[in-house]
Design a protein around this ligand. Structure first.
Ligand SMILES: Nc1ncnc2c1ncn2[C@@H]1O[C@H](COP(=O)(O)OP(=O)(O)OP(=O)(O)O)[C@@H](O)[C@H]1O
Length: 238
């Protein structure tokens, strides 16, 4: 699919979140969206998913089956996990046994009869992932999917994502935790200052490595700023 000269702001007098965005997402690609807090990553994902319409520009060739897992899964609905996912499966015409299969795969099958508001953050995140994944999406949008996940699921998710991509799903993921950055062939978009820029995938000949020495108590902040800006950071303590 393709975004062409896309601009978005929430309200008419708001500042633009981004402007003049022209990017293509190849079928079966995995794209990581990076940027600082508030840069516009979630907004870009919503526009790509079709949940928000661009104010200007054109989005073309968006696949029909779109799976979207929001940053914060809405847990204020009074249903059990089973009832909620069963309903989502019915809406998307997915066989009902997909619910149990995804619950088992993501490790929350023991929670199927728990009501959504009673779920822990990580378990709610898994339910959000399951509803996005079970429709066999051609376009899968994951907004900070790793937040709150247990180690086993966090480790399994990149493999699951690359498996789906290998089968032709186009995946777009924002990921402060940088869990997908090591996936081979991953594309990267950086959102900053109302621009969305494609960052060269694979390191090219033009890559430079800087060694920067900072006081220990500043290291965490600098590291997360650099990572948010899309840089790869290797850290050593002295
Ligand atoms: N529903 C909304 N209505 C109005 N403004 C919004 C809305 N959602 C986000 N914004 C604004 O749009 C800008 C981009 O927000 P967005 O959530 O897309 O950033 P982000 O890069 O995903 O941030 P984070 O890393 O903190 O999740 C911010 O200025 C934010 O305040």
């Amino acid at each position: 699919m393709r975004l062409e000269n896309v601009a978005f702001r929430y309200r008419r007098r708001d500042p633009w979140v981004f402007r003049d965005v022209t990017v293509s997402l190849a079928v079966g690609s995995v794209t990581e969206v990076t940027g600082r807090n508030g840069a516009g990553k979630s907004t870009l994902l919503r526009v790509i998913a079709g949940l928000r319409r661009p104010r200007l520009g054109i989005v073309s060739d968006r696949p029909t089956r779109v799976g979207y897992a929001p940053e914060r899964f809405p847990v204020d609905q009074p249903f059990s996990v089973r009832a909620y996912l069963g309903h989502m499966a019915a809406v998307r015409r997915v066989p009902g046994d997909a619910v149990g299969a995804w619950a088992e795969r993501l490790g929350f099958d023991h929670l199927l009869d728990v009501r959504l508001p009673e779920l822990s953050k990580g378990s709610a995140q898994k339910v959000g992932l399951a509803q996005a994944l079970m429709a066999d999406p051609e376009l899968l949008i994951l907004d900070e999917p790793f937040a709150g996940l247990d180690a086993a699921t966090r480790d399994a998710l990149p493999g699951l994502i690359s498996g789906l991509a290998a089968d032709g799903t186009t995946v777009v993921v924002s990921d402060h935790q940088r869990c997908v950055e090591a996936l081979p062939g991953i594309d990267r978009l950086r959102v900053a200052d109302t621009a969305v820029t494609r960052v060269a995938a694979g390191r090219t000949a033009a890559t430079a490595v800087l060694e920067v020495e900072v006081p220990g108590d500043e290291a965490d902040a600098l590291e997360s700023r650099l990572r948010a800006d899309g840089y790869r950071v290797r850290r050593t303590e002295r």
